[in-house]
Design a protein around this ligand. Structure first.
Ligand code: F6P
Length: 360
């Protein structure tokens, strides 16, 4: 039954024939990324049997304790992607600085940015985690200088490919090369990702949202307004009941949204004034924004489209609101109305402020 399915390599070759802009080494680079994800899937699925769970004992550039699997997953990307001649440099959540391709390998024309294992607090409790990646063109340079971190600081609209692997009950690869979003499922018997979800689209409407409710007191007013209206359900202004989910793994949340719609929020909050959001622009927000955009959804900070944001540093954080287009547009409107002081009814004490924990 499976022999009729398209594997990811065939998909890339056919895509390349349709789209001449997708030059040969991009599809070969994606094949190297796919190999990295297969190796990580193997480590994640063996868990305790392979002795890969637990902390590594180091702290990464984000100030987060690295898990052993974070480090192994980072090594898998470097190992599988450095030698092919397609890349000029890589950057990842787990490395403070960029990783220029060692001189023993040919230097290519792309840059790869990745989060090798996103949601890694879920690893030790055997819940879904994922890898996220983004491919950019390396700016042309007259001399032979190696790439610098400044070369990576391109807005998400310049990504040529983006995707994620979800290590869940089944391992899936979701990919865009700028021509729609395609989902592949790993068949472990033959070691191949097979096309199972062609042309994924996010429904514009939804009745499901995802947010870490423990941060409620730190949220910005437009987000408080949105969530309180959802919670009011059919008796409130929205006139319908909403459902809530939180996996604490961005890959799993985005995947659920691709499958059945929804909106995901990790908004700007006042918890730590030094951080404008929790998620990282270059290797979390941007690749997910490209996928969501290609699937007909929308990704925003609340004030600007994520794909338009000019990065200023490699590990920059950013507020993220993404998913079903009409809900994200509503959240953008609430941000505009708040900025213009037009959300007075909401600010009034007469407004019934519902919270997640009580209904005043
Ligand atoms: O840093 C990324 C991440 O693990 C995301 O995958 C996830 O959406 C979020 O952080 C979870 O945050 P929290 O710990 O606040 O639930």
């Amino acid at each position: 039954m499976l022999c009729g399915r398209t594997n990811v390599n065939k998909f890339l070759i056919e895509e390349q024939r349709r789209n001449p802009a997708l030059i040969g080494d991009l599809s070969m680079l994606i094949s190297d990324i796919v190999r990295s994800c297969k190796a990580i899937a193997q480590g994640v699925s063996r868990g305790s049997l392979a002795g890969v769970l637990g902390d590594e004992g180091q702290v990464n550039v984000q100030g987060e304790v690295q898990k052993k699997l974070d480090v192994l997953a980072n090594q898998a990307f470097l190992h599988h992607c450095e030698w092919g001649g397609h890349l000029a440099a890589m950057a990842s959540e787990e490395m403070a600085d960029i990783y220029p391709i060692p001189t023993e390998h040919p230097r290519g024309r792309y840059l790869l940015v990745f989060d090798p294992l996103d949601g890694s607090s879920n690893i030790d409790v055997n819940l879904s985690v994922g890898s996220i990646f983004s491919v950019l063109r390396c700016p042309e340079r007259a001399d032979d200088r190696p790439p610098s971190s400044a070369d990576f600081l391109q807005p998400g609209s310049r990504q040529v490919a983006a995707g994620y692997a979800l290590y869940g009950p089944s391992t899936m690869l979701v990919l865009t090369v700028g021509n729609g979003v395609f989902g592949f499922t790993l068949n472990r018997e033959i070691g191949e990702f097979l096309l199972t979800h062609p042309n994924l689209r996010i429904s514009p409407e939804t009745r499901e949202f995802a947010i870490n409710a423990s941060n409620e007191r730190f949220w910005e007013p437009p987000v408080k307004r949105y969530v309180s209206e959802c919670l009011a359900g059919r008796t409130g202004i929205r006139g319908q009941d909403f459902n809530m989910r939180w996996v604490a793994s961005m890959v799993a949340e985005v995947h659920r949204i691709l499958m059945r719609g929804g909106v995901f929020l990790y908004p700007r909050d006042s918890k730590d004034p030094a951080k404008p959001g929790r998620l990282r622009l270059m290797y979390e927000a941007n690749p997910m924004a490209m996928i969501v955009d290609q699937a007909g959804g929308l990704a925003s900070t609340g004030d600007a489209h994520i794909l338009d944001v000019q990065p200023t540093s490699l590990h920059q954080r950013i507020p993220v609101i993404l998913g079903s287009r009409h809900e994200v547009e509503r959240l953008e409107r609430y941000h505009r109305e708040h900025a213009n002081g037009e959300d007075q009814p909401f600010r009034s004490p007469l407004f019934s402020t519902r919270t997640l924990f009580r209904d005043d």
